[in-house]
Design a protein around this ligand. Structure first.
Ligand code: ZN
Length: 83
């Protein structure tokens, strides 16, 4: 079982998706899968991220396709900050 504190440390104490600052032991802190299980994502360390509860809920209520679309959109924004 991957410890969420390790994940949080690697992400500099921030939610992987929205950059919100998270505190260890807070009920706002959860683990999320980078690649969904339905797309052969595993629960191993490389596929886990620390996430805030809002993002966790946001994605669990969405279909996988829209999660990927959202991720692509986020990456596009990061690559084109002036856009
Ligand atoms: Zn978040």
């Amino acid at each position: 079982m991957v410890n969420v504190s390790t994940l949080l440390q690697e992400q500099h104490g921030r939610c992987y998706w929205c950059d919100k600052i998270l505190t260890l032991g807070s009920s706002d802190l959860t683990k999320d899968l980078l690649i969904p299980e339905a797309l052969d994502g595993t629960t191993c360390y490389d596929n886990l991220v620390a996430s805030c509860r809002q993002c966790h809920v946001r994605f669990s209520n969405r279909r996988i396709k829209s999660k990927i679309a959202w991720l692509r959109n986020m990456l596009a924004i990061q690559k084109n900050p002036s856009h």
